[in-house]
Design a protein around this ligand. Structure first.
Ligand SMILES: CC(C)(COP(=O)(O)OP(=O)(O)OC[C@H]1O[C@@H](n2cnc3c(N)ncnc32)[C@H](O)[C@@H]1OP(=O)(O)O)[C@@H](O)C(=O)NCCC(=O)NCCS
Length: 145
């Protein structure tokens, strides 16, 4: 059975951008997957990239940033649909938290995962603020003008 095969976790490797786009589309995680240069830039600038593999197949990924000393932000978390609820997301988040006890991590939950982080013991913040990106609302990957 697929879910009984071992999962390998990596913190030292950036998967090919096409594999990441396919995983986001399948999960699903709404990101600009039809704009691969933009997705590639998102990964090149991130300094936390944790991935899960099953027999050479990318089955989970976490992307984020940290200064390593105080703040951290989880940008994306996506798990292959056939392996969701198998503990992979929990493990990837734990790997981020293991980086340093000095870091306070924050994230924005997707609509379908809004109760997930509470379930894992994260605390909800009520003092968060954001400014929408200027191209919000257009289809992912659509040109700026
Ligand atoms: C949400 C997501 C990341 C969870 O990862 P996962 O590997 O499937 O979840 P885990 O196996 O780590 O789940 C751990 C626990 O959370 C629970 N859980 C999983 N998804 C949940 C959800 N959407 N809401 C509430 N609880 C959830 C599981 O039942 C499990 O509970 P248990 O430990 O009591 O058995 C994954 O389902 C996913 O990729 N979803 C689509 C993309 C997405 O929404 N990403 C989040 C962006 S913020």
């Amino acid at each position: 059975m697929q879910d009984s095969l071992p999962i390998e976790f990596r913190r030292d490797y950036r998967p090919e951008i096409e594999l990441i786009a396919a995983l986001y589309d399948a999960a699903p995680l709404r990101r600009p997957t039809s704009d691969l240069p933009r997705l590639r830039q998102m990964y090149e600038a991130a300094n936390v990239v944790l991935s899960a593999w099953q027999q050479g197949r990318l089955v989970g990924i976490l992307r984020g940033w940290t200064d390593g000393a105080y703040h951290g932000y989880i940008c994306d978390l996506a798990i292959a649909p056939d392996l969701q609820n198998a503990g992979i997301g929990r493990r990837l988040l734990a790997m981020a938290l293991e980086m340093s006890p000095r870091i306070e991590w924050i994230l924005r939950a997707s609509v379908i995962a809004k109760d997930y982080y509470r379930h894992l013991g994260w605390e909800k913040i009520d003092n968060g603020w954001f400014v929408k990106r200027a191209d919000a609302g257009r289809p992912a990957g659509a040109p700026a003008t």
